[in-house]
Design a protein. Structure first.
Length: 294
């Protein structure tokens, strides 16, 4: 299927696909060295990391993938998306690449996927060395979902499906503007990319199905938090503080529940997509975390 944006087309053409239970999953590796998964959030894909990759791949082997239902991967229409399945997909990519151990930097929805991996370590096919969580819903009770998420995913399926179908580019952009920082708003080029990724393989039509995962987290919260309390795996929170969804509200709770785990604050006007808004700061915070472990 043709991609019209040249940057997207080049990015996709340098990746590969693997079969996961009859579905095509996009993945890509860049660089050599210590394995690092960069895991994307909702509702876009691994291209979100494109500005970070050149700054972090000099001494790392970057592993990227697009979760089922998003990005370049297949987007089945009648499918029950789940955190368990997403965790399985990460493990399948690792197994396919022969990865024995890796670090993880996770954003947004991927934060919850990695929490699921932490709470079911016996299912993992590789050793997790460290985890950097970034602007995601670690705690469901303090997460503030976007209004469009509520319309899509807190309504009956038939309504969510209809809203997904008729959802306009203008409404998607309005939602993005509210969660990016006030001085780091996405430009037209990024907005074009977001819209194409969302619509690729008719992905917009199933946005409500994946969006529902945000509101399912409450069922997992106790198990996930317990796993984080008792794990020996180092982890931190990288925080874009201007994010109304999972910025200071999330870092405050993180510091109370995990007082011995580090938090790395980015500039005060960085919002929900730090890897796009300030990739240099994200890389700096990540390396500070890794270096602090030594």
């Amino acid at each position: 299927m043709k991609l019209f944006h040249k940057d997207l087309n080049e990015f996709e053409s340098n990746g590969q696909y693997l079969n996961f239970k009859g579905h095509s999953i996009y993945y890509r590796t860049i660089g050599e060295g210590r394995n690092l998964f960069l895991l994307h959030g909702y509702p876009f894909n691994s291209f979100d990391w494109s500005l970070v990759i050149p700054k972090i791949s000099n001494d790392r082997k970057i592993i990227l993938l697009d979760f089922l239902g998003m990005g370049f991967s297949d987007k089945p229409q009648n499918h029950r998306y789940s955190f368990e399945e997403y965790a399985e997909i990460v493990n399948e990519v690792a197994n396919h690449l022969g990865i024995i151990e890796a670090d993880i930097l996770a954003h947004d929805l991927a934060v919850s996927v990695v929490q699921e991996m932490l709470s079911s370590l016996e299912k993992n096919k590789f050793k997790i060395r460290s985890i950097a969580f970034m602007n995601g819903g670690l705690f469901s009770d303090v997460y503030n979902p976007r209004l469009i998420q509520r319309f899509l995913s807190q309504t009956p399926n038939i309504i969510g499906k209809l809203i997904s179908k008729v959802m306009s580019r203008k409404s998607v952009e309005a939602s993005l503007f509210r969660v990016f920082g006030p001085t780091t708003q996405p430009n037209k080029n990024w907005l074009d990319i977001f819209w194409e990724v969302l619509n690729y393989k008719e992905g917009k039509s199933i946005a409500y199905l994946i969006g529902r995962l945000v509101f399912e987290k409450v069922r997992y919260q106790k198990r996930w938090t317990n796993a984080m309390l008792f794990t020996q795996i180092p982890f931190c929170y990288i925080c874009g503080p201007a994010d109304p969804n999972s910025g200071l509200n999330m870092s405050d709770r993180f510091s109370k529940v995990f007082p011995s785990r580090p938090i790395y604050f980015l500039s005060e006007k960085i919002g929900h997509w730090p890897q796009i808004e300030s990739p240099e700061e994200v890389v700096s915070a990540y390396y500070q975390f890794i270096n602090d472990l030594k």
